[in-house]
Design a protein around this ligand. Structure first.
Ligand code: GLU
Length: 339
């Protein structure tokens, strides 16, 4: 059965923005007859006790899930297999060791790029290099010899990166493009650099884990905050590469990147914006019960109050006629400060 999911990182209590996205993920799955799964993305930045607290907060606003939540920290074997499959299909160097620090990459990407080749392979006009987002990996370690790698390993442990051009069957150093289709944002196109699959502390990287898990769990509906919209094309690309390497069909995936909740300054809501978690809201004003918070979040989405199940028909209509809210919701602390 196809599935939707909510995949929190257990870094602390969920705030109103997280809870609102979780409610949308739940409604989207329920409105489309999907299983709803929870995945704990605990590959880094874990705070003790946060997982249990988050599950309790999700239950407190009326959400349920159809299977035991899985933890990424317990799925390393799946991520190992994915790297092995990419190497088996495209050669060992399709996943290569990278010794660059963030600083190295920032310096390399701020240096002027060589002009790209035009279609005939001749150098293009100066200054015509395609725009590369900050942090876009320039390929520094792609061509290292084994001797150079051995030398660098003595200084710094290696991360693992995918050679995107090689896996895409493009000439060395070319940059693949990828698309993802989002229910709110339409077709989103992005460039795919040699993304990190495993970090240099040995932990698998978010982009690999999320792709492997969504495929393994049958997730074909990805609902999350729109701060991750930029990641969708490359995750889609990586999913396609993995499926091709394994000889599997790539599932159609529908994405829904939900507008974030913003603070009064128009920035993404964060814990420092005051009482923004269930616990803090209730401490500031006991009338803000989880049910009342849930109703406020539903109304911010143009949905009726009550248990989330009551909002499923209205949400299904929104999905159908494309009237899902597109505007971010601005959190007003005064509203929650008590009467
Ligand atoms: N764990 C990510 C977060 O909490 C979400 C990742 C995803 O949904 O793909 O922001």
């Amino acid at each position: 059965m196809p599935a939707g999911r909510y995949a929190p990182s257990p870094t602390g209590a969920l705030h109103l923005g997280n809870l609102r996205t979780a409610i949308v993920a739940w409604l989207a799955a329920r409105a489309t007859d999907r299983t709803f799964l929870l995945r704990v993305e605990d590959l880094d930045r874990v705070r003790a006790g946060a997982e249990a607290a988050q599950l309790a907060e999700l239950a407190a606003v009326g959400l349920d899930w159809d299977a035991e939540p899985v933890r990424q920290s317990e799925r390393t074997g799946l991520y190992d297999d994915a790297v092995a499959a990419l190497r088996a299909a495209h050669g060992a160097d399709a996943v290569y060791e990278c010794f660059c620090s963030r600083k190295d990459i920032a310096e390399a990407t701020s240096a002027p790029h060589p002009a790209p080749a035009d279609d005939e392979g001749a150098p293009g006009p100066a200054g015509a290099a395609p725009l590369r987002p900050p942090g876009f990996y320039p390929g520094t370690c792609r061509g290292l010899t084994e001797a150079q790698r051995a030398e660098r390993r003595r200084v710094r442990p290696a991360a693992l990166r995918i050679d995107a051009a090689r896996v895409a069957g493009l000439p060395e150093g070319e940059i693949p493009r990828a698309e993802a289709v989002d229910l709110l944002h339409g077709e989103v196109t992005g460039l795919v650099d040699d993304l990190v699959l495993r970090r240099n502390d040995g932990a698998y990287a978010y982009n690999l884990a999320v792709v492997v898990d969504d495929l393994a769990q049958g997730v074909d509906q990805v609902v999350r905050g729109d701060d991750l919209l930029d990641s969708a094309p490359r995750q889609r690309w990586l999913a396609a590469a993995l499926c091709a390497a394994r000889g599997e069909a790539l599932p159609q995936t529908s994405y829904l990147h939900v507008p974030l909740v913003l603070n009064a300054e128009g920035r993404r809501l964060a814990k420092r914006d005051g009482a923004v978690t269930l616990e803090d809201l209730a401490a500031a004003d006991p009338s803000w019960t989880p049910e009342r918070v849930r109703d406020r979040l539903l109304s911010s989405l143009g949905l009726p109050p009550g248990p989330p199940a009551d909002a499923v028909p209205a949400f299904a209509r929104m999905l159908e006629d494309g009237s899902l809210p597109r505007e971010p919701w601005v959190f007003d602390p005064a509203e929650f400060a008590g009467a």
